[in-house]
Ligand binder design. Structure first.
Ligand code: UDP
Length: 239
């Protein structure tokens, strides 16, 4: 392991949409390859990497429900979508020679391992990247909540949420040129200001367990490594 890393064990959350690239739907393998290189840099300096990937590039229960489908069925489809994204990410990581495990909250024998906390920690300790798929395994939750839950369970030093912008702003920086970025926010500010950092369930969970969260821009090359070695990137949410 490397003495330079500020965080020894992280939980990295990627949205499903991050895997789409410029497409409208699905997975762009070129985007995955770029992410695999960035994650490989962390593994290279001895950082233990757990990951949660969303499924919004494929299915979202709320959207399917709005279109007429039963919500729970839609959520099950959304969770299965995260397993597909996990398999695609494992493929990209293993092609760059990074040993990777995919675990699923929903048993799926023959495809991926069933989630087991102690086994996951053993894999992380031995240097494997572990992708926690199928969210929490329950409908009406999000993969942000799954990321916070798994981060707390594996005793990660930080939950790192990748977004398309440089951090958390007082308003949408894509729509407002005068939006101001926060370098630091308390959990209560993140809840009160309704900044849409993560859903409220996820924020309550990290607040109750004092798990720090950092939001950063995954499209900025090198930002992930910089963050992990202690550089100022994005927004830190803590006490
Ligand atoms: N989902 C769920 N329970 C979970 C996590 C996810 O039911 O614990 C479903 C839910 O329908 C959600 C979909 O999976 O819309 C995809 O996850 P999410 O929307 O969090 O993905 P992201 O926005 O990060 O791509």
């Amino acid at each position: 392991t490397d003495r330079n890393a500020k965080y020894k064990r992280i939980l990295l959350k990627l949205s499903g949409e991050a895997l789409m690239g410029d497409q409208e739907f699905g997975i762009d393998p070129k985007v995955l390859d770029r992410m695999a290189l960035e994650i490989g840099q962390l593994v290279g300096i001895g950082v233990q990497v757990g990951m949660v990937i969303g499924g919004g590039n494929l299915f979202r229960g709320a959207a399917l429900s709005a279109a007429g489908m039963e919500r729970v069925t839609g959520d099950h489809m959304g969770m299965l979508a995260t397993v597909m994204n996990g398999l695609a990410m494992r493929d990209a990581l293993e092609r760059t020679n990074i040993r990777t495990r995919v675990m699923s909250a929903i048993p799926m024998s023959g495809v991926v391992e069933h989630y087991d906390r102690r086994t996951a920690i053993r894999y992380l300790t031995s240097g494997d990247v572990v992708i926690f798929s199928a969210g929490t395994g329950n409908p009406f939750f999000t993969t942000d909540s799954a990321a916070c839950l798994r981060g707390i369970e594996i005793d990660a030093d930080v939950v790192i949420k990748a977004t398309k912008v440089d951090g958390v702003y007082n308003k949408d920086p894509v729509k407002h040129s005068d939006a101001v970025k926060y370098d630091r926010l308390s959990y209560d500010e993140a809840l009160d200001k309704k900044l849409e950092v993560m859903d409220l369930t996820a924020i309550c969970l990290v607040r109750d367990q004092c798990m720090p969260v950092r939001v950063f821009n995954m499209n900025k090359p090198g930002a992930l490594l910089n963050l992990v070695v202690g550089g100022q990137e994005g927004t830190l949410i803590d006490q």
